[in-house]
Design a protein. Sequence first.
Length: 276
Amino acid sequence: MARMATRRRIALSTIVAWLVGFLIFFPILWMVLTSFKTELEAFAIPPSFLFFDWTLENYVTVQGRSDYLHHAFNSVVVAGGSTLIALLIAIPAAWSMAFSPTKRTKDVLLWMLSTKMMPAVGVLVPIYLIYRDFGLLDSLTGLVIILCLGNLPIVVWMLFTYFKEIPRDILEAARMDGATIGRELIYVLTPMAVPGLASTLLLNLILAWNEAFWTLNLSTLQAAPLTVFIASYSSPEGLFWAKLSAASTLAIAPILVLGWFSQRQLVRGLTFGAVK
């Protein structure tokens, strides 16, 4: 009886997990299906799920109207550049606060996190004016800077949490062997925190890739990433759902594939230190 009850619980848990996963994935699935419909079929009521005239017209129109590769390249540069710079700044900062804390360490961490609670629109005007005066509007450099600074508190917090799980004795042993601070960071701390570093990198990359507010307000054409590419299909004439879905599918495809292939590393990093 106990085994039967256990099997039933496992089966029920599996079914519930699949249902929740399907509900989460369904909007993405519906968007992909809509991208293969005509505009009339996209607005049809009741909507058709699989039985409709499949077409690639939307993808042809999207690519012909705007240069997808140009926007994709900008997204790679902005997301990748801001992530790498954030890690280069956050690793020594988190190391210092994790292994050489002071009375103000917690206050600094809370202050950094509190900056994420402020709505971005509240500082849009001063940042826009600063960018205008320094010639950073519609530039990849400007987007890299703002996304790096915007995600830096999260990166520092995550790395601080991972570093706190590393035994201090290992670093002290390295120092007794004559390791400098640089060697300690590169050859001792970094290899031990690979899961945490990988998950932090992936999460920050996803956040930077999906950022829309700053990219829409600080770029127009030259530095416009894929978020601007998607927004261009919202016009005063209305929303073209099929074309908008095609543009959105093209925009999320690279980061979706990356997340799929790196999900094991991401989960491992997010649970790093949870079980001792």
